[in-house]
Design a protein around this ligand. Structure first.
Ligand code: MN
Length: 273
């Protein structure tokens, strides 16, 4: 194992460890992704480090496709306890429904996580239920500075190419909780949903109407998901028909079939004709 090798090599290092870091530097730590239906749907990506959860809000969620870089806004550290939370935040900052979308362990691919964070380039390996393999978080250096608060809070979450990368849309393919297997409505509809009290008041006049709005949105999201499934089937049928047409067109005869856009893996697997 890489860690064993690291430990062996480490005995020969002359630089003493910084205080308070007795654990092996590349040891596995907890990570989670919480899908959070608040004022905006987003995915909170959290890595345990030095007793807290480093946190990034990823509006579109992680992508398994190395070509798809996902904006990740660095937000405040969260308590480690929060990492297993799934339930309802009734009011205040982050009011809404929290789903534990993925959890597992992460291993830094560097000896010095703090230096990597400072540099704005943290490589790591995930071992979750949905997310696995090698990833990187890269600070954009203000490239998105104009967008919603921006500045150096903007990072990109990118999958490295490996056995766990691909063009499967993981947020669509596996939208539910790893803790309860529920969706937002199920979490909300539990007899006694877990409640997390936010210690920070919501910005502006958000507080009161927020939860009611979110409950409505959870219901709407569920019906939208159903509609979308139907629409996807239609798109697939249309695509299958178009592919058939193209094959029968003279000027493409004899040439190898080459599409300009890749058909998502999910659609291919469902195609039966
Ligand atoms: Mn959040």
């Amino acid at each position: 194992m890489a860690l064993e090798e690291y430990k062996r090599k480490r005995d020969f290092r002359k630089t003493p460890e910084p205080e308070g870091k007795v654990a092996p530097k590349r040891a596995e730590r907890f990570f989670c992704v919480q899908k959070h239906l608040a004022s905006h749907l987003h995915y909170d990506f959290r890595l345990e480090h030095n007793g807290v959860l480093l946190s990034w809000a990823v509006p579109k969620g992680p992508s398994l496709d190395p070509r798809t870089k996902r904006l990740a806004m660095h937000v405040e550290d969260h308590p480690v306890d929060y990492g297993e939370f799934e339930g309802v935040i009734p009011e205040g900052y982050g009011a809404g429904i929290v789903m534990l979308w993925d959890r597992g362990t992460w291993t830094p691919e560097t000896d010095d996580v703090d230096a990597a964070l400072k540099k704005g380039d943290l490589k790591f390996t995930l071992n979750g239920y949905k997310l696995k393999g090698s990833w990187v978080l890269v600070r954009t250096g203000g490239r998105y500075a104009g967008a919603r608060g921006g500045g150096d809070r903007s990072w990109l979450l990118i999958k490295h190419r490996d056995d766990w990368s691909g063009d499967l849309d993981i947020t669509e393919f596996a939208p539910r909780s790893v803790k309860s297997d529920g969706d937002f409505e199920d979490i909300l509809g539990e007899d006694t949903p877990a409640i997390w009290q936010s210690h920070r008041p919501a910005k502006g006049g958000d507080a009161g109407a927020m939860l009611a709005t979110i409950i409505e949105r959870a219901a709407r999201l569920k019906s939208t998901a159903r509609t979308k499934a139907t629409r996807d089937a239609d798109v697939e049928n249309a695509r299958a028909a178009r592919t058939k047409d193209t094959k029968e067109t003279k000027d493409t005869k004899g040439k190898p079939a080459r599409r300009k856009t890749q058909t998502p893996a999910i659609a291919q697997s469902k195609k039966k004709k």
